[in-house]
Design a protein around this ligand. Structure first.
Ligand code: SF4
Length: 188
């Protein structure tokens, strides 16, 4: 029996879009799968590749919520670089075989997987007080990518691969879906 037709298109998703169990505790606000986004993708003729979760594979499921200021260090950058190696190899092979790499979906505000926005905060090294006057100052969203996708962009450029990036805003699912439909329509 012949194979079913494949579309030849591949979309890369940040890990937690398909498995929010990788997030820090309390941050999975939309259930284990981001259904509105994933449902739309499933309706498209595209394969899906799930990127590794760099924070979970670095610090485990009991990690603290941290900012880019903390993750932006040589140890974490090296970890990101190592786990991206096999991903880049797969993408180079798909590219050589003529497949279309149509996009990478990141997560707005993530210190690792943000694309346009990441979270920065001047913390580090404290024993974290829980409340009261000694609370740590809150951080803010800044216009730059998170560590993991920043390194991914560098590695893609080194490999000569051009893939558009799209940022999922979990606090604006309606806006995200509208923009995602436009983004995906370019590859229909
Ligand atoms: S590091 Fe990336 S994949 Fe992992 S939970 Fe955070 S945003 Fe999701």
């Amino acid at each position: 029996m012949g194979e079913l037709l494949r579309s030849g298109k591949i979309l890369l998703l940040s890990h937690c879009l398909l498995n929010a169990n990788s997030k820090i505790k309390g941050a999975a606000l939309h259930g284990p799968v981001l259904k509105p986004v994933v449902r739309h993708i499933l309706q498209q003729e595209t394969g899906i590749m799930q990127l590794p979760c760099p924070e979970h594979s670095f610090a485990g499921g009991a990690r603290w919520g941290q900012s880019k200021d903390q993750y932006d260090n040589p140890f974490y950058r090296r970890h990101c670089s190592i786990i991206l190696g096999p991903v880049i190899d797969q993408l180079m092979d798909y590219h050589q075989q003529g497949y279309k790499l149509i996009g990478v979906l990141g997560i707005k505000g993530s210190p690792s997987c943000g694309i346009h926005y990441t979270y920065r905060a001047k913390w580090g090294g404290e024993i974290i007080p829980h409340s009261g006057d000694n609370c740590l100052p809150s951080g803010s969203l800044v216009k730059e990518p998170g560590v993991f996708l920043e390194i991914f962009q560098e590695k893609l450029a080194e490999a000569g691969l051009k893939i558009p990036f799209f940022e999922v805003a979990e606090d604006d699912l309606e806006g995200t879906l509208k923009s995602l439909k436009e983004f995906m329509s370019r590859f229909a």
